[in-house]
Design a protein around this ligand. Structure first.
Ligand SMILES: [Zn+2]
Length: 395
């Protein structure tokens, strides 16, 4: 049983109580003190004055590249066993930083990490892995300085061209145990390539259709007017990055109910290391017009850091995205974006809320994050509870 102020994922309750059923890892009840039946007897109570209990944080966009290096050449050449071992450390950091669910939108080790967490061999957040992202030939992480055969063998993506190859690539993700699908519909700013549109609408529609047949959500890396128009037309589930939003595109995103994941913190983190003028133009606008338009059209904005475990984007600091979002949305809505709405974006119907019957994924922080958002920084997290199991990161 837990007592304290609650942020339920949508509302703040002063003097709340949560009863956790540890054997099933679920929330038996949650609400205002006096309105919830409190168990008697030997129940263990965690109650700290001035603390707030929140749903476990969710980062909908990470990568487990397992290398300190910041560039694609590091990501594709790091030996996989080493990437996996470093990622085990990253998972523990994420858990201790209050993240109980993360979505890996592409890496060589994500499905295996997900499996190891499920088997309880390692401690970490639940990992929803997209396995390998889908990318076209000559697209993202297809290193053009190498012979194609070698670039394809090193790539962390599945390269596919034409609707049937795209469908087959989705089937490979499913075969790998992937629980989401990631596609690159625009080029990669990090690889400093111009070219806004990868994949045709026909290819995008094939990917979305095949993914939905398998019950998987589609996350689309997309930016530029044309890139965004295409993924909206193909009706993907979430738009990642989403630079160069216009009112017309935002209106369509809204009507289709597509989630918008602006990944602000990765752009902040890489501001100085990747400072070419072309990139800067898009990013500058992203922090100003794009976010204003997203707010104005009341898009379903979701927290996704795009941190990948490098020195400049270390796992464990992923709450930076929530701080970045708060500048536009305010503290309460930024927390919604990292809890209940993030769960909705991932298609999880029993996570992201402190609610009867939901999974017992929650954190206890010192202070009130609605007043002072730094309360969710790793140093101020006293307890992380995942599936009813208690961790004390700063004990
Ligand atoms: Zn990413």
């Amino acid at each position: 049983m837990l007592k304290g102020n609650l942020f339920t994922g949508s509302e703040f309750i002063e003097q709340g109580v949560i009863v956790v059923e540890q054997s099933t890892g679920t929330i038996e009840d949650a609400g205002r003190q006096g309105e919830v039946d409190e168990p008697r007897g030997e129940a263990r109570t965690i109650a700290e004055k001035g603390s707030t209990i929140l749903p476990g944080l969710i980062d909908t966009h990470v990568h487990f590249f397992g290398t300190p290096g910041p560039n694609v050449i590091d990501w594709v050449t790091v030996p996989e066993p080493l990437a996996a071992v470093r990622s085990v450390r990253d998972l523990l950091r994420l858990l201790h930083a209050g993240f109980t669910t993360v979505r890996d939108l592409g890496s060589k080790v994500g499905t295996h990490l997900s499996q190891a967490v499920k088997e309880e061999i390692i401690e970490g957040p639940r990992v929803i892995s997209a396995s390998r992202p889908l990318s076209r030939t000559g697209g993202d992480d297809d290193l053009s300085q190498l012979p194609h055969r070698i670039a394809e063998a090193l790539s962390y993506s599945y390269h596919c061209d034409g609707p049937w190859e795209c469908r087959k690539a989705v089937r490979k993700v499913v075969r790998d145990g992937g629980e989401a699908v990631k596609l690159y519909a625009s080029g990669s700013l990090s690889q400093e390539r111009k070219g806004h549109v990868h994949f045709t609408v026909e290819e995008l529609k094939a990917i979305v259709d095949e993914s939905h047949l398998a019950g998987l959500k589609v996350a689309a890396h997309a930016w530029s007017e044309e890139g965004l128009m295409n993924v909206v037309e193909a009706a993907v589930d979430s738009i990642e990055h989403g630079m160069w939003l216009t009112p017309e595109i935002a209106d369509r995103i809204k009507k289709k109910g597509i989630f918008y994941v602006p990944t602000l913190s990765v752009f902040n983190a890489t501001k100085t290391t990747r400072s070419n003028a072309y990139r800067q133009k898009f990013i500058k606008r992203h922090f100003a017009e794009d976010m204003e338009i997203a707010k104005q059209f009341n898009l379903k904005i979701v927290s996704g850091s795009d941190y990948f475990g490098a020195d400049i984007t270390p796992h464990g600091q992923n709450y930076m995205e929530i701080l970045s979002l708060a500048r536009y949305l305010g503290n309460a809505q930024a927390l919604v974006a990292a809890t209940s709405r993030a769960a909705e974006c991932l298609g999880l119907n029993n996570a992201g809320q402190l609610k009867k019957g939901f999974g017992a994924d929650l954190i206890i922080v010192k202070g009130n994050p609605l007043r002072d958002l730094e309360a969710i920084s790793p140093a101020r997290i006293s307890h992380v509870i995942k599936n009813g199991k208690v961790f004390t990161p700063n004990a």
